[in-house]
Design a protein around this ligand. Sequence first.
Ligand SMILES: NC(=O)c1ccc[n+]([C@@H]2O[C@H](COP(=O)([O-])OP(=O)(O)OC[C@H]3O[C@@H](n4cnc5c(N)ncnc54)[C@H](OP(=O)(O)O)[C@@H]3O)[C@@H](O)[C@H]2O)c1
Length: 282
Amino acid sequence: MGSPMAANLVSAGHAVAVWNRTAQKARALADRGARVAASPRECATGAEVVFLCLADERAVIAVLEGREGVLAGLAPGSVLVDTSTAGPGSAGSVDVLVRSVRARFVAAPLLGSRLAAERRELTVVAGGPLAAREQVRPLLAALSSRVIELETAPQAALMKLVVNCLGGAMITGFGEALTLGAKGGLSLPQMIDAIGSSAFRSPLYESKGRQLVENDLAPRFTLALAEKDERLVQETAAGTGVTLPVNAAVRRLLAEGVASGRGELDLCAIAELLFERAGVKR
Ligand SMILES: NC(=O)c1ccc[n+]([C@@H]2O[C@H](COP(=O)([O-])OP(=O)(O)OC[C@H]3O[C@@H](n4cnc5c(N)ncnc54)[C@H](OP(=O)(O)O)[C@@H]3O)[C@@H](O)[C@H]2O)c1
């Protein structure tokens, strides 16, 4: 998700420096006009705004801290924007870290797919101090089609989990429904067509249905990251004393999908796990 967003910032005329742990993945951005930095610190040095787009809250800390970390290069008055799905706990602690170097923090998790990122059709949920949100608005406008603003960083991170709590239930429910029908002899295209004609139709079922029919499990969003999102939902719910029984089952199933060796496949591989368990032939 970071690559297409950085490419869109370059296309909008911004001077962009990039860093990625696996350096090779940043090369294509150099061809498009971005400067490749040797470390997160170098990437942040001299920047008015620094974006993160990382797997999870542990990756965020790994990139921020240490002698070569972002915090070591972040200038006072600059803004750190974290587009990762890292949860409200991370947003709260990153806010404290960023304030300690007199910079400001905006949590800005993303709604939308990789294709949406390429097409500048993402929705960004941005939360943080108003002045910092105002400063990054033109940049967010260059990489998205809509920005939903909230007062604080943890609120933005929580809103992302609200959306993905629902998304987790939708994709696992889709896999179960298809398994029920396939075991009884219905074909995937027939079922996807019927679901698409019902009140339950959704862009998720259209795109993931197409991938399943074509047996295309190349990752748009990995099963491992989907499991991480539902782990964050469970941890956040537990922290506020809420029990989410459907989400607990969803998270367990996604964890089983990762344990089955499908973690780096697309999220829709969860349906494949259910087919396999039911003895459905593809
Ligand atoms: N894909 C989607 O459709 C989608 C939609 C909305 C939100 N998101 C969220 O956006 C974020 C990025 O997702 P993605 O799909 O772009 O995943 P991705 O392609 O797997 O990218 C993850 C990034 O995190 C880096 N990373 C992981 N652990 C690290 C560590 N310990 N230290 C430094 N870097 C580390 C990876 O570096 P390497 O390249 O070196 O592995 C990579 O650059 C995630 O939080 C995800 O939940 C994704």
